[in-house]
Design a protein around this ligand. Structure first.
Ligand code: DX5
Ligand code: ZN
Length: 219
């Protein structure tokens, strides 16, 4: 089986928000494959970030796909808003959605790609009944809420298990990882089977700049 190429999804959480448009343009020029947008509500995670207006503004300055990672309780309440703002993909958390299948069905109904995320403590097997409803599975490699955290090594066996499972059952579902991904951890998650790498700090705070940050992740 030919392996899917590695995709890089810079997370704007680590960008300079006063220069967001310029930084996103630079990431696009440097070969970023999509943008990762971390929405936090202060309930599901102990932090608050941004909402649809920021996404709408970004939609106007980049042609990159916009994947919106909803770290919010009951994301069902906001799906239309994030779709209208210009998201390409909506990622909801298994832990935050009582009616997960309905949320995924509604995202599809809005014409967007569907993603489901699981926290480090959540086993991959909880996804069994929804794998047919998703385009992407996001394995959190840190506990969500903040950028710049340390990669949790014990997530590697879970990535490997999910890779095997997807190869057998759903080879078209993308396997993405998020949190603590840098030049040192990227080869490990790629070897375990991840194909989409989210990275905030390693891209937007790289000492040699955004382009160098993206290049080092590609190895
Ligand atoms: C964490 C977010 C991540 C975060 C990653 O809750 O979901 O997307 O921005 O940041 P780094 O790459 O700095 O760990
Ligand atoms: Zn994220």
């Amino acid at each position: 089986m030919t392996q899917a190429p590695i995709r890089i999804a810079p997370s704007i959480l680590a960008a300079d928000f006063a220069r967001l448009g310029d930084q996103v343009r630079e990431a696009e020029k440097a070969g970023a494959d999509r943008l990762h947008l971390d929405v936090m509500d202060g309930h599901f995670v102990p932090n608050i970030t941004f909402g649809p207006p920021v996404i709408r503004s970004l939609r106007a300055v980049t042609r990159l796909p916009l994947e919106t990672h909803l770290m919010v309780e009951e994301p069902d309440r906001f799906l239309e808003h994030f779709a209208e703002a210009g998201s390409t993909t909506l990622i909801v958390h298994w832990e935050g959605s009582v009616h997960l299948q309905r949320a995924l069905d509604r995202i599809r109904g809005l014409g967007l790609k569907t993603g489901v995320a699981i926290n480090p403590a959540t086993p991959a097997m909880v996804l069994e009944e929804v794998l047919g409803d998703v385009d992407l599975v996001l394995i959190m490699t840190v506990n969500p809420g903040f950028g710049g955290q340390r990669f949790i090594e014990s997530t590697l066996p879970k990535i490997r298990r999910l890779r095997d499972w997807l190869d057998r059952a759903r080879p078209n579902v993308e396997l993405e990882v998020d949190g603590g991904i840098d030049a040192e951890t990227a080869p490990k998650v790629i070897a375990a089977g991840a194909r989409v790498l989210v990275a905030g700090t390693a891209v937007f705070r790289h000492p040699q700049g955004i382009t160098a940050g993206i290049n080092t992740l590609r190895g």
